[in-house]
Ligand binder design. Structure first.
Ligand code: GLC
Length: 582
């Protein structure tokens, strides 16, 4: 008999046996996810039977991985000291490596992996991320984001793979397999497909806005990545902040219970997004089918009491609670949490090792998309006199985007990372000059590599025209000045764009000899230098249609695969290379 079938039967029996012993308070505790540093007292973990902890960038559990693990072991012992001793999940937004931990391997954000479109590479990156997440004490990652972005004004385009459903579906499957292992392997951490559903397809790209696609369009364009994730055995799905045709997704029973859990037969955990209970109708969130709630930022007591009273008053059925707890216990048994509730100290030595960084550097190389290369500027000659222009070329924080060490990313170098300048200097036989802000004004170089783009951002902070309105579809005036200054010198110029999305760079493309879209490459900036010098060819292809002007965004969406009425400057799939001639 197939071991897996025997194990499943055992898991289901264990789940039913444990569920039958649980009190209402113990069940609600399993459905509660809190932060380890502010929403609860340590004693609450025991007295409220907390089922999972979320670590978000902020006060870290310790200064190194051993201290992170020790903190989580201390919290786990509290959970194990309860009547039934049900161990906790520890969850983290490891969305491009274990990015809350300085020193971890940081991969290109998913938009770069979408440009590389290499499933094996995505699977390897996810496996490394899972290992480094486990090494820092986690067994649940809130990744991958499987959104289908329709409008580059959205502040989270870079968290998704592509505007193409096909590419997204293919890479979602690889990502879940990488994080969790194949269906025939022991799972030691669960991944999360997010955000269900329509997060990237809101009108005008507003984070948490309203998605107005028809049911057919949702089923045809947005659902396939979730189907693939479920087929790959994903342990959880996160509900989305957006509304779908006016109904908040967190309260959308027909989509969460009927479609996701019913038609798609999802047997894992539906987890809410941040502070969803108070934001989306309290008990409606539970009745819609959400199983675990991020009861954070003041929601904790309101949530626990609200669900308890909801059940006692018949607003929430006992069956709904049991369905939620069954799913939670199933995943905990599945990853062997009862047998081994503690992290493995032996994994700590694997964090950020060269073998991991080599995979990340390959991902950087394969993510680069060559949009222009004239006058044989690229590949750079190793004996050429080069000026690297712009601080983005010498700052690992600026090259990594949001969700890097901090929620909103870093604007300075961080542990273990290499920059583009370091890469150029490593491979060049000359002294590569560095002009951080255009003031050095180097005239006698053969070529200027000008690195410009977007400072890091996360979530609504990156919405263009949104609440913060810090970002724009075109280059900043400071970056335009760098391009103007060096193109005016009559020397050859290459622009490397560091961004979380396609930007309107039609003018700059005309000004310069070569142009590379590098997305948010993460810790291995050297990978960019390897391709600029021609040690590797360009392989990346655009995972998004590329806009020609800001007018492309007058409607609800930008130029995208689904809407042929807006002609892009470059189509989805465009990308030049050295081999094919330029
Ligand atoms: C955030 C994000 C979600 C993340 C969660 C926990 O608001 O929407 O992607 O996993 O909260 O940090």
């Amino acid at each position: 008999m197939n071991k897996e079938i025997k194990t499943d039967l055992t898991i289901e029996q264990k789940v039913e046996s444990l569920l039958s012993q649980m009190t209402l308070d113990e069940k609600i505790g399993q459905m509660t996810q809190v932060r380890h540093f502010d929403d609860i007292t340590i004693a609450d973990i025991k007295t409220k039977f907390i089922g999972s902890i979320i670590h978000t960038p902020g006060p870290t559990p310790g200064t190194d991985a051993a201290e992170w693990q020790a903190k989580f072991v201390q919290l786990q012992w509290l959970a194990l000291s309860t009547r039934l001793g049900i161990p906790m999940f520890f969850g983290v937004d490891a969305v491009h490596g274990q990015n809350t931990y300085a020193g971890a391997t940081i991969f290109p954000h998913n938009i770069g992996l979408g440009a590389a479109r290499n499933s094996k590479l995505v699977e390897s990156a996810a496996a490394i991320t899972a290992l480094e997440a486990r090494a820092t004490g986690f067994n649940w990652v809130f990744s991958p984001c499987v959104a289908i972005p329709y409008n580059e004004k959205w502040g989270r385009v870079y968290e998704a793979f592509s505007e193409s459903t096909e590419i997204t579906t293919e890479l979602t499957k690889a990502s879940v397999r990488g994080h969790q292992g194949g269906l025939d392997q022991q799972v030691s951490l669960i991944a999360t497909a997010k955000h269900f559903i329509g997060d990237g397809s809101t009108d005008f790209g507003v984070e948490g806005g309203n998605t107005t696609l028809s049911q057919e369009e949702v089923m045809e364009r947005l659902l396939p990545p979730y189907r693939a994730a479920i087929e790959a055995g994903v342990g959880s799905v996160m509900a989305s902040f957006n509304s779908l045709n006016g109904v908040p997704m967190h309260a959308y029973r027909a989509m969460i219970t009927d479609v996701l859990k019913g038609s798609l037969k999802f047997e894992g955990i539906v987890v809410s997004d941040w502070k969803a209970y108070s934001r989306f109708g309290g008990t409606d969130v539970i009745n819609a089918g959400v199983d675990v709630v991020m009861a954070v930022e003041g929601d904790f007591n309101m949530y626990v009491e609200g669900v308890r009273n909801g059940v006692l008053n018949g607003v929430i059925s006992q069956e709904r609670i049991d369905d939620a707890v069954r799913r939670i216990l199933r995943q905990k048994f599945r990853i062997g949490l009862f047998d081994n509730p503690f992290p493995d100290l032996r994994l700590i030595s694997k964090i950020g090792i060269q073998a991991h960084r080599d995979v990340a550097r390959q991902a950087v190389r394969e993510s680069l998309v060559l949009l222009k290369n004239e006058n044989n500027v690229l590949p750079l000659k190793k004996d050429a006199k080069i000026a690297l222009v712009g601080e983005f070329g010498n700052n690992s924080g600026l090259q990594s985007g949001g969700w890097t060490v901090n929620w909103q990313g870093m604007t300075e170098n961080y542990a273990g990372a290499t920059t583009i300048l370091e890469g150029l200097r490593k491979f060049s036989s000359q002294d590569v000059l560095y002009d951080a802000d255009g003031s050095a004004d180097y005239d006698s170089v053969d070529v200027a590599v000008i690195v410009v783009g977007e400072t890091p951002y996360a979530e609504f902070m990156g919405d263009i025209g949104g609440v913060m309105n810090k970002y724009q579809l075109t280059l900043t005036p400071e970056h335009q000045m760098l391009v103007d200054k060096y193109t005016a010198k009559g020397i050859k110029t290459v622009v490397v764009l560091i961004s979380g999305r396609p930007l309107v760079v039609t003018k700059q493309l005309e000004q310069v000899d070569a142009f590379v879209a590098a997305w948010f490459p993460g810790s291995e900036g050297e990978g960019i230098a390897e391709v600029l010098f021609g040690d590797y060819d360009f392989k990346g292809k655009l995972p998004h249609s590329w806009p020609k002007s800001e007018e492309d965004y007058q409607g609800k969406y930008g130029p995208n695969f689904w809407d042929r009425t807006i002609e892009p400057l470059f189509p989805l799939g465009f990308g030049l290379s050295y081999q094919k001639g330029i």
